[in-house]
Design a protein around this ligand. Sequence first.
Ligand code: COA
Length: 407
Amino acid sequence: MDANDVVIVSAVRTPFGRFDGVLRGTDSIDLGVMVLQEVIRRIDLDARDVDEIYYGTCIPAEYAIYTNVPARQISLLAGFPEDTISLTIDRACCSSLTALRLGYRSIKAGDADVVIASGAENMGNVPFIASAAKTRWGNRLGPIELEDVLFELGYGRKGFAPVATDAGHVAVEYGISRDMQDEWAMGSHARWYRAYEAGKYKIGEEIMPVTIPQKRGEPIRIDKDESPRDNLSSERMAKLNTVYGSPTVTAGNAPGLNSGASAIVIMRRAKAQSLGFKPLATIKACECAAGAPKYMACVPAQTIEKLLTKLGKTIDQMDLMEINEAFAAVTLVSLKMLAGNEPEKYRTLQEKTNVNGGAIAIGHPVGASGARITMTLMYELIRRGGGSGVAAICGGLSQGEGVLLEV
Ligand SMILES: CC(C)(COP(=O)(O)OP(=O)(O)OC[C@H]1O[C@@H](n2cnc3c(N)ncnc32)[C@H](O)[C@@H]1OP(=O)(O)O)[C@@H](O)C(=O)NCCC(=O)NCCS
């Protein structure tokens, strides 16, 4: 143990909502405010002790109506002092894990002692948009055409393929069939239910409850993830159509378009000691990667390999792993790469990955997911009495972000 270690002292997220669920009308900025307030309230950390707030969010169309700097807006709305430094990050689905990496670096560099890494997204709150060329500067007369940035997740406008299409093709290239992806997806839901019934997603650990005021009547309280399904069958899964021209990806083996926020407080170990906080986990390293845009499914494996190389460790030494289920295809391709050509090792790695379910069941509010997989990993390591674990996530056009934790 080193006084300069970076440790996690608090971590929380909202329940993740469905596309058409209870949270769909709540601005991502407001979800961000909720987690920032809760993550310090939990441990009674004084907002004045926080040096920097990093905030990941990656669908700007959703918060565009509030102009820009959502990180600055949420830090002020959440009651942090006016001189708290903040930064908004868009590294696609990696964003809140990038937030953690930048906070980690800032502490390691000696520039900060206490940082909050956070992220939020509300995909159900994304408006249709109208381009300036067709409205402000173009439309003297006639109807206005609206566009949907969620459709194919938008990269097609600049000539890239939809992520679901790339992920499916790469899975096929790696010998991972539609059936295998469907089976993994069903397992994700089953693992979430097992964990939930065992009390693992309880309020006070990973989850905070959220109360949504209603125009009429009592406010609605949401205290668990909305996406897990318990009525799955291989037959129904197999009947689902593929989406966006993907050879394998369907609504069943993809995550939904979700809402939610997450936040993690990290600090120098010496600072945690001086403030009287018990570290929950030590961050051993953070890493990022990028690769050929089509091969997004491979980036979590490449990021994990970079982490392991940096720390002189092997994948077999990891007790638990989280690989974000951007699609079942991503988790399975990355695990296959990490296993090399060893079928037994591939099975072993599957058994210790996303043990309490992944994004297919929990949901994938893109800007919030990186911090989510980090805390899901950490709380399970704590329940098991300690160990080492790695979490990695891919982001649009083949970016990767990962963290290696020790409890
Ligand atoms: C795949 C996607 C287009 C589906 O959107 P959607 O149509 O709103 O999704 P739904 O949840 O309504 O599911 C569509 C249908 O499949 C069915 N379905 C979904 N999952 C199912 C499952 N596991 N078993 C059986 N049926 C299922 C639904 O019941 C629904 O059927 P219905 O229309 O008869 O009710 C959308 O969720 C998506 O784009 N996901 C990917 C997000 C993404 O790319 N994230 C970033 C990764 S980098």
